[in-house]
Design a protein around this ligand. Structure first.
Ligand code: C2E
Ligand code: CA
Ligand code: CA
Length: 925
């Protein structure tokens, strides 16, 4: 099961939280900043809102002021107008009273009308009424009704009040016309000051409210006249003069009273709510109580009407404001979003940094945040914004000394220039990752770092890991991997790499390169005889000599074993190559002094040349190898240039190897036999079995053409077994044919002797053919006896144990000494043909041969001379005491059939002492 949250991780984060803290507070700080940023447009919005409100309030105030002043001036004007109108009525009634009283009731009002008085339309009726209420005289048509006004309140009022002031009645509807009428009445006194009736002027109500200025009051202005009796005399809204007043004012304010409900002072102005008016408008009303008359005028201006244009203006204000606010809000949202994005990016960056730090603080890695410093658009340096302790350490400083500093201050100018380039790449491509070698001044021990740089925003995040130790180790390993431990020379690995590079360079520059493949000639012998320790010393010495023989520009390497290569760069021509090859050969031809004595080793060199012998390193190496084999094959201690023929020869050889393997399986081999005779009597003593390959196409192939190949491929073991088996079979067959057999000596190759189990093979063959072991003799060369003495001696003893004799073949060509042979208990010494050849020509050869014979005899060995071709040689050999002779003089190797006939006939092959051949080779068959 997996924990959704790894508790260890949580713990570790917790532990690190202290180090994150400053980052955290920085984050809240920036959140505040972000909030303030957003607050800016918001508060601008609020200011706009308030100031528009304020502006509207200001406008409203001035509007109200203008309303108030308008209403007041209208009220004042109205009050004056009304006072004047009433004054006029006062004077009219006063005049009539005077006229009536002075004329002693002789006033005829109709005559006055005829004269043009009281003709204005507002005069409904002007009349004199007697104390009983009957009309005495009137401008109206004569009334029929007696005591028409008898019950009227004005009559009773004037009878009661002995006062000459004019009384203004409350409006009353005229029964006939339905018009609202107001009566001005004045008491008439009899000469003895008794009540004598009234003078009455009746006007229509609109007489009061005719004063209506639409320009000032608008279409919905209100005018009203209220008496101190609390009754409305006249009222109008706009042009509609209405009576009853209910149609205009729904209630009547009381003026001139102490403050109580619905009561107002004598003069003033204020808003009257919609409940006051029949049309439900709100109005600003100013009122004035007339000084001379118990009446108050009201002038009201309709709010809805007057404020409408302002309202329109304000609506536009509000709309604009709303749009502006919406824009501001949108701006705020966008700003907030952008700030949020910026913050989020910063956060992410920080979290990356934090993660980096968390990940690296405890670890091996140094971490830095670098801020590029530019000059003319190019980055010229970096400021270290942040780093961890390890990072500072890798610069050889403490963290405090590093933070905020220029990166350049930590490096040498040249180093920094290169580092700048590296970081420049990272800034361009986004990242950089390399192992490199920039050395801070203060931290010289930090030689190699693994550097990762990642562009992060506009900055560069860098991690460093000190890999100096690993690099050193790696360097050591590389050196080890490329060096041959024994000689200190570069090894095969290095050679192949460097040679390939050399070829590539040569190809570019069109140069000639020579490859010398050097193989020490007799190293194997040294190694086998004197042991590996000596062999190693020889190799070391050879390496030293090679180095000395070469120019510094030439490279020598050890491929392995005793093989070396030398690469000659910019070789001028073959002559130059030859000179160097010869110098090397000469150097290696000098005897080596390792261990006991001096040894001659020598070397053979194969040479291939680029581009003549190949275009690739592999091909050139192969060809040099082939050339080396050819050099070895021809004559040791020489050089050989690669030629196509060599390659062909090699091909032939490879073919041969294949054919040889097939030939062994198909048994295409026959044994020829060469007799060995007693030197004194000339009698046949034994036969040497010599193998021939009866090739189906090429005919009889001599052993020297295939034995070396068989030895090289290891086929010799099989072939040797075949030969031994055939020899034994042959003896058995002769015996079966009734021929008394002679011993047959069989050649055993050094390779076979070393790797094939000759003892076991011999035992098996002897048992299978059931022949006596004395009939078999083995010939081994001196090289077979090289190697560890005890092993060889043991092997030889085991063979002799079987009753088989041992002969040393080709004696004198190898390294063996007679004393060595004696210790190995050899039976026969076959002296090589080279010692026989000169016997009849030089005295020295005879002396040498004599010495060999004497010593061999002293050691209990019989001596056989090989390659005896002349009677003279045979004679000398007899004189020198040589035991046996072998050679063309006696017989060439012959076929089994011929051998059989030899065995059947006389076994006296040459005549004794008379130096004459007694028997020519029988060829008749
Ligand atoms: P070897 O063992 O020294 O054999 C003698 C070689 O000398 C034979 O050559 C023989 O033909 C030749 N020879 C003999 N008398 C004369 C002479 O008077 N003058 C001259 N010029 N040559 C003479 P062959 O048969 O070609 O054999 C060559 C070598 O091949 C042998 O040298 C031997 O080392 C090897 N060899 C032959 N048969 C075998 C074999 O069955 N097993 C092994 N391991 N090696 C063999
Ligand atoms: Ca031999
Ligand atoms: Ca021999």
């Amino acid at each position: 099961m997996r924990w959704p949250l790894d508790p260890m991780r949580v713990l570790s984060i917790f532990r690190h939280s202290r180090s994150i803290k400053p980052w955290h507070s920085e984050r809240t700080g920036s959140r505040w900043l972000r909030f303030l940023w957003c607050l800016l447009p918001l508060s601008a919005g609020a200011i706009l809102w308030v100031s528009v409100d304020k502006e509207m309030a200001k406008e409203r105030l001035s509007f109200e002021q203008s309303l108030s002043s308008g209403a007041q001036s209208i009220a004042s004007g109205y009050a004056q107008y009304l006072t004047r109108s009433i004054d006029q009525m006062d004077q009219v009634t006063m005049q009539l009273k005077y006229d009536w009283e002075s004329s002693n009731g002789a006033l005829d009002l109709r005559k006055l009308v005829i004269r043009g008085m009281f003709t204005s339309p507002q005069y409904m009726e002007v009349a004199i009424i007697d104390r009983d209420g009957s009309v005495v005289t009137s401008t109206a048509s004569p009334s029929t009704a007696k005591a028409k006004y008898a019950g009227r309140s004005f009559l009773a009022w004037h009878r009661r009040n002995i006062s000459s002031i004019v009384r203004i009645s409350a409006p009353e509807a005229d029964a006939e016309t339905g018009k609202s009428l107001v009566r001005f009445t004045r008491r008439l006194d009899s000469p003895d000051d008794d009540f004598d009736g009234v003078v009455m002027v009746t006007v229509t109500s609109d007489y009061f409210s005719a004063f209506y200025d639409a320009a000032a009051l608008g279409g919905k202005g209100m005018l009203a006249v209220v008496g101190d009796d609390g009754r409305i005399r006249a009222a109008r809204i706009g042009n509609a003069i209405s009576y009853p007043s209910k149609a205009t004012l729904t209630q009547t304010p009381r003026f001139g009273l102490p403050r109580e409900a619905q009561a107002f002072p004598s003069n003033g102005e204020t808003w009257f709510g919609p409940q006051w008016f029949a049309d439900g408008d709100r109005r600003f009303v100013a009122w004035r109580t007339l000084k001379a008359y118990p009446m108050t005028v009201m002038a009201g201006i309709s709010e809805s009407e007057q404020i409408a244009p302002l309202e329109n203006k304000w609506r536009t204000y509000r709309q604009i404001r709303a749009a502006a606010e919406a824009a501001i809000l949108a701006l705020t949202v966008v700003l907030a979003y952008v700030l949020h994005l910026v913050e989020r990016r910063k956060m992410r960056l920080r979290s990356v940094q934090a993660a980096y730090r968390l990940a690296t603080e405890a670890g091996e890695e140094g971490f830095y945040m670098l801020h590029p410093l530019r000059a003319e658009g190019r980055i010229v340096d970096y400021r270290i914004l942040d780093c961890n302790e390890r990072g500072a350490f890798l610069l050889g400083k403490g963290k405090k000394e590093v933070l905020g500093q220029a990166l350049s201050s930590h490096y040498q100018a040249e180093e920094f220039a290169r580092l700048l380039e590296v970081y420049g790449h990272a800034m361009e491509r986004g990242s950089y990752r390399e192992e490199d070698e920039f050395q801070p001044i203060a931290a010289p021990a930090v030689r190699w770092v693994r550097r990762k740089a990642v562009r992060s925003g506009g900055d560069l995040a860098v991690t460093l890991r000190d890999i100096s130790d690993a690099k050193e180790q790696e360097g050591k390993l590389i050196r080890l991997a490329n060096t041959d431990e024994l000689t200190g020379l570069p090894n095969r690995t290095w050679f192949m790499k460097s040679f390939e590079a050399t070829i590539v360079r040569a190809q570019e520059k069109q140069e000639i390169v020579a490859l010398l493949f050097i193989d020490l000639d007799k190293f194997k012998n040294v190694n086998d005889t004197l042991g590996h320790a000596t062999g190693d010393k020889v190799l070391q010495e050879a390496a030293g000599r090679l180095r000395q023989a070469l120019r510094p520009t030439d490279h020598v390497a050890r491929l392995g074993g005793d093989e070396f290569t030398v690469v000659l760069q910019q070789a001028r021509d073959d002559d130059e190559i030859v000179r160097i090859a010869q110098r090397i050969l000469a150097a290696l031809a000098q005897p080596f002094h390792a261990g006991a004595g001096a040894m001659e080793v020598g070397a053979s060199i194969g040479i291939s040349v680029y581009p003549r012998d190949g275009m690739t390193a592999g091909k050139l190496l192969k060809h040099a190898d082939i050339a080396m084999y050819s050099a070895k094959g021809s004559r040791r201690g020489t050089y050989s240039f690669y030629r196509q023929e060599l390659y062909d020869a090699l091909r032939t050889r490879i073919n041969m190897e294949r054919e040889l393997a097939e030939a062994i399986d198909a048994d295409q081999f026959v044994l020829y036999y060469q007799p060995r005779v007693d030197a004194a009597s000339g009698e046949l003593l034994s036969l040497e079995a010599l193998v021939r390959w009866r090739h189906p196409l090429r005919g009889m192939v001599p052993p020297l053409e295939f034995i070396p190949i068989a030895e090289g491929t290891g086929l010799i073991t099989k072939l040797g077994a075949l030969v031994l088996d055939k020899s034994c079979q042959q003896i058995a067959q002769w015996r079966a044919e009734g021929i008394s057999p002679v011993p047959v000596s069989v050649n055993v190759s050094a390779v076979q002797f070393q790797y094939g189990d000759v003892h076991e093979l011999l035992r098996r063959c002897l048992r299978q053919s059931n022949i006596s072991p004395e009939l078999i003799e083995l010939e081994i060369t001196e090289s077979s006896m090289l190697g560890e003495h005890a092993t060889i001696a043991g092997r030889l003893a085991a063979i002799r144990e079987l009753g088989v004799k041992m002969a040393v073949d080709d004696f004198g060509t190898g390294y063996s000494s007679l004393s060595q042979l004696q210790r190995l208990d050899m039976d026969v010494l076959k002296v090589d043909r080279v010692f026989t050849v000169d016997l009849d020509r030089t005295a020295e050869s005879r002396v040498l041969f004599k010495a060999i014979v004497s010593m061999a005899h002293a050691l209990g060995m019989r001596v056989v001379a090989e390659g005896v071709e002349t009677q003279a040689q045979a004679a000398i050999l007899r004189e020198l005491g040589c035991d046996e002779l072998q050679g063309y003089l006696i017989s060439k190797p012959v076929s089994p059939d011929e051998t059989r006939s030899i065995l059947r006939r006389s076994r006296q092959l040459i005549s004794p002492r008379n130096e004459e051949r007694t028997l020519r080779l029988a060829t008749s068959g």
